[in-house]
Design a protein around this ligand. Structure first.
Ligand SMILES: Cc1cc2nc3c(=O)[nH]c(=O)nc-3n(C[C@H](O)[C@H](O)[C@H](O)COP(=O)(O)O)c2cc1C
Ligand code: SF4
Length: 549
């Protein structure tokens, strides 16, 4: 990343935003024109190559996106459900092939058959009513089962705006250091995958000497199979927004930025509407409720790039730079957005803050296990008898989640991909060894990640699934390091040839490739891909060995 470009982009701040302008320009025909990009470069005093480099990076601003009218979800859950060929076939009755694009993933993993048309997502039986949808595109927020076992921290019933924000005035009148202590006592760890203690991040940012600081909510939930952040943004947006306000108060930040993925148009609209209500009620903005604390919000509409979920790529993205992962240190809490101290937290992490401050850090710390505190949302896909969103206390047996909450598999399943594309591939034989918490998963050679569950049916070839993971990484790689940029492509090629050309993969070469990815990648995209691949080779050796020499 270029510090200089961060400064230049920061001159205009958040209100006049380079990245946002690129997105708006692309709305017309799917990609900004060369002239428009040149004007933008001039206005922001950055090079033309910088603007072009950014515009060509994202799924929804790159020239290949021009002329696309409808998008089919190509995420792992829809792929394993085998629903997308029918969706595509149906769409081809109306659209030319070149008008049909792909999106990954729409977060409709509980009912599959997902597609996107004119700013709305559709899934389940919607494709059967395609004629009606084309005549009159209408928003349908789909229904799915939501349940908590034990204490509902995140799925608690919303009591209405007034009741929910009732404690705000007293919180903003209290000592921010004591609020930070409550968060430290709660021992909450980040839910975006890495499990980093939230209090340390907030404290680091708080200790920086800077007039400008930011709280960034990472709402780029790109893990196919995960829709828990979408659930919170759409159904519990105020938990997230109040969490951000309080994170701002604790750190001394005066801006909250929500970076929400383009594949969640309903979530963007809902959050924007709820923010309008907060401004109208004087619950955000200048001197909130007559206190000395001011806090403003900005919603950034992302443009389709999985890597923007990685926190430093996300910051570059907001700045309008090509979203390449940054080397740390400095950490974002020291030098983040526009080079200012920035806390980046996941939606679910921020959404837990109001509960922690209302009930006290100790009450939260009493939930969960010794090292994984609180509750976790688990997203179950369409292979379960009762797919949906489940909130469980950390430490809950995985068996309970699968058999009691999900009510078992609809048909025979051989493995579950848990925690997104970089999570582990858990064979069903390991279910009884696992509990839903960070330690149990890592001790057993897996990763809890964001706790999404994508099932791999018995008859779905694992070689095809691993190829899909290599292809996903190849498409989403930011390109900064060779092992990820090239290795992902070479891996996908080998697996493709092995399935179609009678080619046998040299196992030593393949292991070498996987090891290079693991050791030589800067971030957990290239570095994390080896985990599910190694799990597959370990647990499904018999199925995979015919493809190797
Ligand atoms: C390739 C990649 C994708 C990621 N995607 C997300 C994401 O979609 N949402 C998220 O919150 N964190 C994601 N992360 C993790 C973030 O970099 C970061 O750790 C997180 O936003 C911090 O928030 P937390 O401490 O609340 O978990 C991703 C990391 C990598 C390497
Ligand atoms: S591992 Fe891949 S995504 Fe991560 S920094 Fe390297 S090239 Fe970029």
């Amino acid at each position: 990343m270029s510090k200089n470009l961060s400064e230049l982009s920061g001159r205009k701040g958040l209100t006049d935003n380079l990245f946002e302008k690129l997105g708006t320009m692309a709305k017309g025909n799917g990609s900004p024109g060369v002239k428009e990009m040149e004007q933008l470069a001039e206005a922001f005093l950055v090079g033309k190559a910088n603007v072009y480099g950014s515009a060509t990076f994202y799924d929804f601003t790159r020239p290949e996106n021009q002329g696309k009218k409808v998008y089919v979800c190509n995420g792992s859950a829809c792929m394993c459900a085998g629903t997308q060929a029918v969706v595509e076939q149906k769409l081809k009755e109306t659209f030319a092939e070149e008008e049909i694009g792909v999106m990954c993933c729409l977060g409709r993993c509980h009912e599959n058959s997902a597609f996107h048309y004119q700013g709305n997502n559709y899934s389940g039986d919607d494709i059967k009513n395609i004629k009606t949808i084309l005549d009159k595109p209408e928003r349908r927020i789909e229904d799915y089962h939501v349940e908590a076992i034990g204490t509902p921290v995140l799925t608690e019933v919303f009591p209405g705006l007034d009741a929910f924000y009732a404690p705000l005035k007293s919180w903003l009148g209290s000592d921010s250091a004591s609020l930070l202590e409550e968060i430290r006592t709660s021992n909450i760890r980040g839910r975006g995958g890495a499990g980093f203690p939230m209090a340390i991040k907030l404290e680091t940012c708080r200790n920086q000497d800077s007039k400008t600081k930011f709280i960034v909510c990472n709402a780029d939930e790109g893990d196919p199979g995960a829709y828990s952040d979408r659930y919170l943004l759409e159904q519990r947006p105020h938990s997230v927004l109040l969490g951000m306000i309080m994170a701002g108060y604790v750190t001394g930040a005066s801006w909250g930025v929500l970076y929400i993925r383009a594949e969640y148009p309903e979530a963007i609209d809902i959050v924007e509407k709820e923010l309008e209500k907060l401004y109208a009620a004087g619950l955000v903005g200048e001197n909130i409720l007559g206190t000395k604390f001011s806090f403003d919000f900005k919603v950034i509409h992302a443009q389709g790039a999985y890597i923007c979920g990685e926190e430093t790529a996300l910051l570059s993205s907001i700045e309008g730079q090509r979203p390449e992962v940054r080397v740390r240190p400095p950490f974002p809490a020291q030098q983040g957005l526009f080079n200012k101290p920035t806390v980046v937290n996941n939606v679910e992490t921020l959404a837990a803050l109001p509960w922690i401050l209302s009930h006290g850090g100790q009450a939260y710390a009493e939930l969960g296990t010794e090292r994984s505190k609180g509750t976790k949302l688990v997203s179950l896909d369409g292979h379960f008898n009762r797919p949906g969103m489940y909130e469980v206390e950390m430490g809950t047996p995985l068996r309970k989640v699968i058999d009691e909450l999900g009510q078992g598999f609809r048909h025979e399943v051989k493995a579950m991909h848990i925690g997104g594309p970089l999570g582990g591939l858990v064979p069903v034989s390991k279910i009884d060894d696992l509990t839903v918490d960070f330690e149990s998963f890592s001790k057993n050679g897996f990763l809890l990640g964001h706790a999404s569950v994508v099932c791999i049916p018995q008859d779905f070839p694992l070689v095809k699934y691993i190829e899909h993971l290599f292809e996903f990484t190849a498409h989403e790689s930011c390109g900064k390091c060779f092992p990820c940029r090239l290795g992902s492509v070479r891996g996908a090629e080998m697996l493709d040839k092995a399935q179609h050309d009678g080619y046998k993969i040299d196992r030593t070469l393949f292991d070498d490739l996987v090891e290079t990815l693991e050791k030589g990648s800067l971030c957990a995209l290239g570095g994390g891909l080896p985990l599910p691949v190694k799990n597959a080779l370990q647990y499904f050796n018999e199925e995979l060995s015919p493809y190797f020499k």
